[in-house]
Design a protein around this ligand. Structure first.
Ligand code: TXA
Ligand code: MG
Length: 324
């Protein structure tokens, strides 16, 4: 098993061990406010290859490159005025911007899956301290085996990768709990490539422009990781449940009981008070808890599609999609 170093009690040791390990081209699992990431030096092709191998991730699926600040980001990519407005409003935070790569950038083409664009994010919290100390961009997909639920706790990461991983930095449960919102500006159009931890309505408010959604979730491979079946627990998922079947796990929302709860294997409520941010933070951990019961299926009651509910429902659709 990987060593787990707590960034809250042992920040100095966490920084020293992480920079040393990353410097050897070895991936390190790091906390971010969205989910835990499996980070490696974005300029080192061997380090990036190790990320793809450890995750079992298809190499046509590019990685998000994390930066310490906007100055670092602008060394690697070109920001049009609209992208810069969005960056200044929401970074650091749960937002990824897809922008054109600069020809002189040292980010390796393997990290970008050969694209002439790069997905950039400036995270909050300990990750930003690590990025400043390391001084180079870190390519970091979510720290889970490809196709599985993203980890919101250090323990999830250590359990998923076992002996394949040397080091996990632990900053406690991820605050947001959903992956970043991915945005690409095309001319005057702001496109939503993936709904996530930043409410797209906030981007609309700041820019005064609509954010354009894809017609069908997963229909495009513009963000190539957005395959229909993703974020999957082991058990089949049943959506919009209005009752619970015997032996099922129920994950509900808003404190409303459902018929049949007495015979459920487990009942969890994403947010008894109906708070979507709380529901987002609990979602992936509850899916893992549901799986751990060994139940034959997991039923979800409906969750509103407003605000962060858009991203929550996107992840539920993928969890329920036919498995490939
Ligand atoms: O919150 C997050 O975004 C987390 C944390 C660790 O930062 N990371 C994350 O990475 O969710 P990952 O690899 O699981 O998802 C990255 C997504 C993929 O769907 C990928 O296709 C898309 O970002 N992406 C990355 N670079 C892109 C690019 N140049 N153009 C289009 N999509 C891109
Ligand atoms: Mg992922």
């Amino acid at each position: 098993m990987a060593d787990i170093v707590d960034t809250r009690t042992d920040a100095g040791e966490a920084l020293a061990r992480a920079t040393e390990t990353l410097g050897r081209g070895v991936p390190v699992a790091i906390p971010t406010e969205t989910v835990y990431g499996l980070a490696a030096d974005a300029t080192n092709p061997l380090a990036i290859t190790r990320i793809y191998e450890m995750k079992g991730r298809p190499r046509f699926n590019p990685l998000i490159c994390h930066m310490a600040d906007l100055a670092m980001a602008e060394k690697h990519a070109v920001f049009d005025p609209l992208s810069r407005t969005i960056a200044e409003a929401f970074w650091p935070g749960p937002l990824t911007l897809v922008v054109p790569i600069r020809p002189e950038s040292a980010i390796h083409p393997l990290a970008r899956a050969g694209l002439d664009t790069v997905g950039i994010r400036i995270p909050k919290g300990f990750a930003s301290r690590l990025l400043a100390a390391f001084g180079k961009p870190l390519a970091a997909p979510s720290a889970n085996t490809s196709g599985r639920i993203s980890p919101t706790m250090a323990r999830h990461v250590a359990e998923d990768f076992g002996a394949k991983l040397e080091l996990v930095l632990d900053a406690g449960p991820a605050v947001v709990g959903l992956e970043s919102t991915i945005i690409k500006v095309e001319g005057e159009t702001i496109r939503l490539l993936r709904p996530g931890g930043l409410d797209a309505a906030d981007i609309e408010r700041v820019t005064g422009r609509p954010v354009q959604r894809n017609e069908t979730a997963g229909a495009t491979i513009e963000a190539p990781g957005m395959l229909a079946s993703h974020y999957a627990p082991d058990a089949p998922v049943r959506l919009d449940a209005d009752d619970v079947r015997p032996g099922e796990v129920l994950i509900r929302f808003g404190g409303t009981p459902l018929p049949g709860e007495g015979q459920a294997a487990l009942v969890l409520d994403l947010s008894p008070s109906g708070d979507l941010a709380e529901a987002a933070a609990n979602l992936f951990g509850y899916m893992k808890q549901a799986d751990a019961t060994g139940a034959a299926s997991i039923a979800f009651s409906p969750i509103p599609v407003t605000g962060l509910g858009e991203a929550i429902n996107d992840r539920l659709q993928r969890a329920a999609a036919p498995r490939g």
